[in-house]
Design a protein around this ligand. Sequence first.
Ligand code: ARG
Length: 480
Amino acid sequence: MIDRLECKECLDVTDKDNSPLKGQLQWGGRFGAGPGAVMQAINVSISFDRKLWAEDIAGSQAHAAMLAKQGIISPEDQAAIARGLEEIAIEIEDGRFGFSDALEDIHTNIEARLTERIGEAARRLHTARSRNDQVATDFRLYVRGEIDGILAQVKDLMRALAERAAEHAGTVMPGFTHLQTAQPVTFGHHLLAYVEMLNRDSGRLEDARKRLNECPLGAAALAGTSFPIDRFATAAALGFDRPTANSLDSVSDRDFALEFLAAISIMAMHLSRFAEEIIIWCSSPYRLITLSDAFTTGSSIMPQKRNPDAAELTKAKTGRIFGALMGLLTVMKGLPLAYAKDMQEDKEPVFDAVAAITLCLPATAGMVRDMKANTERMAALASSGFATATDLADWLVRVLKMPFRDAHHVTGRVVRLAEERGVDMSSLSLADMQSIEPRITAEIFAVLTVEASVTSRTSYGGTAPANVAKAASGWLETLQ
Ligand code: ARG
């Protein structure tokens, strides 16, 4: 059954019954009758591709200016087109534009309105182009704009993380592997791990942007055109680096959207991992951080609850973004060259993924700025679970020149003794330790503190507070 509500937005705002163009399709020369209702319902895209109106108008302006410069249309016609399109842009911005389902998509809606406003000249705008190169151009412009916006959001999140990392360069917390207490790390070091991930994410988006930035306009339907167009001029006018090189590829390529979705999928995966950590850190058994009222919700029945919903939704929205990538890959995978209407299904998943990632990024930055580190709890948990066992083993190697495998064995026996007594390693007496390895000295108790442990980890990329402070200030400088 056709979901009438889906189309309602369109039908409501729109269908201007008095429009002379209503129902008059652009291929009317060949077609005697309009489409059946179900045909129209499956074919129509104006309910979602209206999002591309600004890009569509920009593309038409560049195309018309080029046509005039090349002597393909008159300067008078181009002036009328330019003015008409400017007025249409204002109508759309003001919400006065009547979008029509009968006119199928954003390209025909705008062209029909232009014809209403300026008459004959509008009918020359489609010379030497097709909706196939038009939509490819619009969509590239749209994705490019979103890439730029997302890059700015990522930068803001990285800055938030680096600021909190600088603040917590020396704050000790438990480091985990297998979600088991492993070795103490600093909270700042943990936050900077995400800065590294997000920096790679930015790199992937910047890289995708470079390949995206070629202009398909002028490839026309699929074969190019017999008119003496200047594709370099339209490409430059629209901020592209150059025109695309092959007309068939120009109208049938959606790699730019796929690369974008792949890049934000990886980014969403990173945000999801961080969100899961926030959820764990906030949970009652851990209590490593606290989120304020601004980033939590309460429970309608349990008054003690403070739920990290923003983190949970950031994690869950990943499904939409991965889904968009899989959906579009599936649309594209069996398409023969060149354009097919299948490709109209490229837009909604991208729009949906953009809506998701552009919410998740500021939500994550907000949580980073909001979170309070419960430093005492972090230190207490870091000291539990024999987190400094490796430090004991390292001391045996360094001071007693014991081979690491033997040191690991001795340390294991110390851990077992502490476990049997139900205490931490540092609560064992020197005599207890010496009963396992007689050469151990009192020096060991200084080594077993979590502060000593993190301070000693000065290897490049290690968690030592001095390293973290330096890395955080380096990032803050880069992210100016
Ligand atoms: N609405 C179409 C799309 O988004 C525009 C291109 C239509 N081209 C065509 N030959 N029917 O893909």
